[in-house]
Design a protein around this ligand. Structure first.
Ligand SMILES: [Zn+2]
Length: 343
């Protein structure tokens, strides 16, 4: 087990100070209608995932001069990442978040502070390493983890930009979730039933197709969406889908909030259920994984917690992150919410 100090590293970018006839680093973008350098420099953005999407989104945010960028990822750099992610030979076999933070800090000319945390997002939250943030960008490829982040942002009352690319590398989407508006699940509704979850669940599968072009398209829209959240750049959509081949049209939509949404709908009770921690929060993870893996492609989720004792609205949080620690985070957040202060 690593100690905490090895899991988190911060790099402080400097402001470039040189004489330039053509204007400084931010000169050209500050002329874009609605763009505010000052607003961006006050933003702390957390990027869950420091892989293909995190590399492109992170680079853009750092070059544009976001105030603080925090990257969370537990994975290590492998040769098969180098076709599309911002790593070099020297980064091989090292933690993605910390190496990406280091690499991006070299591209910071507007004083961005870049922090890498070598844990997945929820583990980083549980460990108290994330701290205050204004916006979360989700760039991970695990459906359960994605949903857990959605629930976290709903509880914390902060905006979330969810990005994803398809398994065949042809399409991808960006969803923008503002507090009080449609959540990511409103755009991808489904009934939460144990059987369906199990049948539909696909964890991140190593070795699936992955290529740079679709990442660039999706990342560009995500970075624009972040601007629109914090300054006056106009935006008509909260969901955008790109298809490289173009046989199907791209999608630009305004997703409305779904009253029946299983995450943010009016039917969901925000109460804390203390039974969670007593309801068998110590599953035999290994045995359960084996059983799940037999029925799905390469699932690694822990499903043992899905007993009738646990309310459905709480199950995904627990199964996605494997245990009582996440449940306690949810309880903590719920307690904060009930006191009337989200953050
Ligand atoms: Zn919703």
């Amino acid at each position: 087990m690593f100690t905490i100090w090895k899991l988190k590293k911060t790099f402080r970018g400097r402001h470039l100070r040189v004489r330039a006839h053509g204007g400084g680093v931010a000169d050209r973008q500050s002329k874009v209608p609605g763009f505010s350098q000052e607003a961006l420099s006050r933003v702390t953005a957390v990027c869950a995932g420091a892989g293909g999407l995190g590399s492109h989104i992170g680079e853009a945010l750092v070059r544009k001069g976001v105030g603080h960028l925090v990257l969370c990822d537990e994975d290590t750099v492998e040769p098969s990442n180098l076709n599309r992610q911002k790593f070099y030979k020297r980064d091989l076999w090292k933690n993605k978040a910390i190496r990406l933070a280091r690499n991006l800090s070299a591209e910071s000319f507007l004083g961005t502070v870049v922090t890498g945390i070598g844990l997945n997002f929820m583990e980083a939250v549980e460990s108290g390493l994330v701290g205050r943030c204004d916006c979360i960008i989700s760039g991970i490829d695990d459906e359960l983890a994605r949903e857990a982040i959605v629930e976290y942002t709903l509880l914390a009352g902060i905006p979330l930009i969810t990005t994803a690319v398809s398994g065949d590398g042809d399409s991808g989407y960006v969803h923008v979730q503002k507090p009080g508006e449609a959540c990511w699940r409103c755009a991808f509704p489904r009934e939460r039933r144990l059987r369906d979850d199990l049948a539909n669940y696909r964890a991140a599968c190593p070795g699936t197709p992955a290529i740079k072009d679709i990442l660039m398209l999706v990342s560009g829209a995500a970075v624009y969406a972040l601007d629109a959240l914090f300054m006056d750049r106009p935006i008509a959509w909260n969901y955008r889908e790109f298809r490289l081949a173009g046989f199907m049209p791209d999608v630009i939509r305004r997703v409305e909030r779904l009253p029946s949404c299983c995450l943010c709908g009016s039917a969901i009770k925000k109460e804390t259920d203390t039974r969670i921690l007593d309801a068998g929060a110590k599953p035999d993870g290994k045995e359960m994984n084996r059983e799940v893996a037999g029925r799905t492609d390469c699932a690694t989720g822990i499903w043992a917690l899905q007993t009738v004792l646990i309310p459905e609205s709480m199950r995904m949080k627990i199964t996605g992150w494997g245990g009582s620690k996440w449940a306690s985070v949810v309880q903590h957040e719920n307690a904060k919410l009930s006191k009337g202060g989200a953050r």
